[in-house]
Design a protein around this ligand. Sequence first.
Ligand SMILES: *[C@@H]1O[C@H](CO)[C@@H](O)[C@H](O)[C@H]1NC(C)=O
Length: 398
Amino acid sequence: MNILSFPNMVFSQNLLLIITASVAALVGVAASCSKGECRLHDECSSNQDCEAGLYCLACPLGFQGTRCVRSTITDQFKLLNNSLPFNKYAFLATHNAYAIDGYPSHTRVPRITFTNQEDNVMDQLNNGARALMLDTYDFRGDVWLCHSFKGQCHDYTAFGPAIDTLREIEAFLSTHPSEIVTIILEDYVQAPNGLTKVFTDAGLMKYWFPVTNMPKNGQDWPLVNDMVQNNQRLLVFTSIQSKEASEGIAYQWNFMVENQYGNVGMKAGSCTNRKESSSLNDKSRSLVLVNYFRCIPMKKLSCEDNSRNLIKMLHTCSGAAANRWANFVAVDYYKRSEGGGSFQAVDLLNGKLLCGCDDIHACVESQEEYNNNKGTKVELLQQDGSYITRSSDKLIGW
Ligand SMILES: *[C@@H]1O[C@H](CO)[C@@H](O)[C@H](O)[C@H]1NC(C)=O
């Protein structure tokens, strides 16, 4: 029977409200904000409560109950512009982007291995991840993504054929014509041209950024808007050196430095290169990547890992990398945080890289101020009471 069909409809509705409020009080949910209007750090009971760009998360180590935390990146190209070299920007990288909770077994054998992410690659890209770390193996006569050991994929460590994930990336690039995606491969594929074949079959070669255009001696990368104009929007790095000559796939360590990954890489105050990488302060590599994830992923701890400690490590690594701020920051469970998380970390990096600020949003203010005041003369009061006239252009950065 429909409660609203009663003549005392208003009474029933009120009763319903009272019941709802009492239940909310019992379970301790403060109704301080309503559907879709809860802001960062507000208490929430479902994702729908939170404003766009946020979702509702429990982080027992960071805060009580469930609160709205960030789920999406700040788009640095939209907020500012894409007219600078690629290495002047920072991007979020998802570690083991393919090792996703609930990814169905493609081998009929239950998987016995860790996961590092919770949502699929398309969601990762839509939420703003722009670098994906993938482990590629020869398996079943094809290239597979696998979380394995000794370079061998097994039925119980396999996630799926690489082409499935590469097709998702192709779909994203084709529907987002101004975006650039970087793929970083821990590569165990020995089959001749195995990678070339799977990238070709996935329709990704049309976006390929040629290795011959990558700077080899620490120079700046091409401008992002030129990369977009030329449709060279896919950067692929392999860990196998010979493939640079044989297949034209960039050998990662010719172009990038990285800190040690895993628990050693999370030791506060220390940032050293992983063994495959040259020293972090080697400026002949124009790109810097900071890993910040545990050897064994711990979902419950990751909201804390991805918050203040991550920001601290980015500062430590900047010092170790000859005062260069990272271009990539790689994490597990990228959406888990105490509030800003990996998204805030990328905002910090872009702020540092683009205008020397702690947050990219501060760059907008200085750019607007600049545009509004460009060329106008301002009078500045000196300590002795006299005035001097300066062009306002000179004031930016004060
Ligand atoms: C693009 O943004 C950067 C960083 O804020 C700024 O320095 C540069 O002047 C901007 N370029 C254009 C063409 O607006």
